[in-house]
Ligand binder design. Structure first.
Ligand code: UDX
Ligand code: ADP
Length: 466
């Protein structure tokens, strides 16, 4: 099969940018991204590129180049499936909130719905590519649905996990460390499907960076990569607490260990805790898989990465309370940043959410400024916790689109996201507008201690014991 038409089901943080780059690099292939969420599709089709539903540096230019040429966004899911030679599944796989595996296993209902839809609509042979992060052996579930409810159509299932990180998605897609493609390499049809997908990536990725494996290795590699990355963050965060108690500095420790070529310098930035849609979900998934095979020590080992992350968020808010004379009741605390990292408007699992929840439990009033996150999303994140009523969240949290206002009359500023613009603020002016003593709790370690202390702030930096 020569791939001429691609359909991608799911126009989210993964599907949107990935398909935009495929379309840009493969002008000979028509790429249609479909979603059941009409307003999301409308936003992808928006003439004003600032309104795209996903904020990623560089994405607007790529969409501008390819959209309407060979990149299309549509809600006509059936049509796009029927016409496609290759179908990517990029729907969400959140952690289950009900039943067996609640709070741990990935909820595959969206994946299953996609598989059933493909089976119902397809009249010609298809290659189905799993792009969503999935528990190992999901491909066999998809195969079983396609083979048993289909109409004589032949399917090949490939696993092609996404390693892009938000905020750098476009660069990660254009210059990936590697592309991983898992498939049925024991049959000729399977090998052919693998090579069809390899050929697509080979339009811009050097062939020696395109790895092919069996399906299970590919699926497990995604979980493993995220577990290892998250583990590095929890490891450095564990050391940050030791630093604060011993007078060491976590940045100096990170630099010293990162120069060991066996360890390397990346993912050693101490923080208020990792967030994002993948790390926690994938580790919980791994823990669930380990437990389901009776591998309890393996499960406990990985679970500790999550427990450490929860502890880091908790101790950050505890420190704010104890520093502000053991009470934040009625005090205004300003959050600079709400996104789970800089350069994204995504807030899924952001550390800010738990820190805010803890402080609201202590009766604080919170004001928030984030350059890319709007009030609606912040309230939705808090409402989702169900800790208090939606009215109460709106009463206790004020969202500003101006950082100076957010900091006015504040007792303490907490930095939750490492947005570059925070570094260059006029901290002298901010100090003047605050209650004294004025505190800064730098959960990302981005500000200069001496500068802030010279202005008059009481400055706490994560991982600094000086
Ligand atoms: C991650 C993986 O990196 C990516 O390969 C996968 O496809 C999806 O999950 P993402 O969640 O977008 O990507 O962001 P990432 O850059 O990995 O950061 C995750 C979290 O860890 C963020 O909250 C970030 O602030 C935090 N982090 C990261 C640290 O606290 N310290 C670090 O040194 C690195
Ligand atoms: P990710 O970060 O994995 O891309 P998102 O939640 O951003 O996750 O995107 C997943 C998208 O998949 C959502 O926009 C959702 O509406 C869409 N989706 C889920 N199920 C289906 C389905 N059966 N058909 C079409 N789109 C779907």
């Amino acid at each position: 099969m020569n791939i001429k038409k691609i359909c991608c089901i799911g126009a989210g943080y993964v599907g949107g940018p990935t398909m935009a780059v495929i379309a840009q690099k493969c002008p000979h292939i028509t790429v249609t991204v479909v979603d059941i969420n009409e307003s999301r599709i409308d936003a992808w089709n928006s003439q004003n590129l600032a309104d795209l539903p996903v904020f990623e540096p560089g994405l607007d230019d790529i969409v501008k180049e390819a959209r309407g040429r060979n990149l299309f966004f549509s809600i006509d899911v059936d049509k796009a499936i029927a016409e496609a030679d290759m179908i990517f599944i990029s729907v969400n796989t959140p952690t289950k909130t009900y039943g067996k595996g609640k709070g741990m296993a990935a909820d595959l209902k969206y994946i299953e719905l996609c598989a059933r839809q493909i089976a119902k609509v397809s009249q010609s042979d298809k290659i189905v590519v799993e792009k969503s992060t999935l528990p190992v052996r999901t491909a066999s579930a998809i195969r079983s649905i396609l083979d048993n409810t289909g109409n004589g159509v032949h399917y090949q299932i490939l696993s092609n996990p996404e390693f892009l990180a938000e905020g750098t998605a476009v660069q990660d897609l254009l210059f990936p460390d590697r592309v991983l493609i898992g498939g049925d390499n024991a049959t000729d049809e399977g090998k052919k499907a693998i090579s069809d997908l390899v050929d697509i990536y080979a339009n811009w990725v050097p062939r020696d960076k395109i790895l092919t494996t069996n399906v299970w290795s590919s699926e497990l590699s995604k979980l493993t990569a995220n577990a290892f990355l998250a583990q590095r963050v929890s490891s450095i965060n564990a050391m940050s607490e030791i630093c604060e108690n011993t007078g060491a500095d976590i940045n100096e420790v990170a630099k010293a260990i990162g120069m060991d070529s066996r360890i390397g310098p990346k993912f050693l930035k101490a923080s208020v805790g990792f967030g994002g849609s993948c790390f926690q979900k994938d580790i919980l998934n791994l823990v669930y898989i380990a437990k389901s095979y009776g591998l309890n020590q393996v499960a406990d080992y990985w679970e500790q990465v999550i427990l450490m992350n929860n502890h880091q968020k908790q101790r950050f808010s505890d420190n704010i309370v104890s520093t502000l004379y053991n009470t934040v009741s009625g005090k205004k605390i300003t959050f600079l940043g709400w996104a789970f990292k800089k350069d994204t408007n995504d807030t899924r699992e952001s550390a800010a959410i738990m820190v805010a929840d803890n402080l609201l439990n202590e009766q604080a009033e919170i004001s928030v400024y984030d350059p890319k996150v709007n009030a609606e999303k912040i309230y939705a994140d808090m409402d989702y916790l169900n800790t208090r009523s939606s009215d109460e969240n709106r009463r206790l949290i004020t969202v500003h689109d101006n950082p100076s206002q957010a900091c006015e009359d504040s007792h303490g500023i907490a930095i939750l996201t490492e947005w570059d613009e925070f570094i260059d603020y006029d901290w002298g002016n901010i100090y003047e507008s605050m209650n004294k003593p004025a505190f800064v709790f730098d959960g990302r370690g981005i500000l200069n201690k001496k500068t802030l202390e010279d202005i008059g702030f009481v400055y706490y930096k994560i991982g600094s014991g000086e």
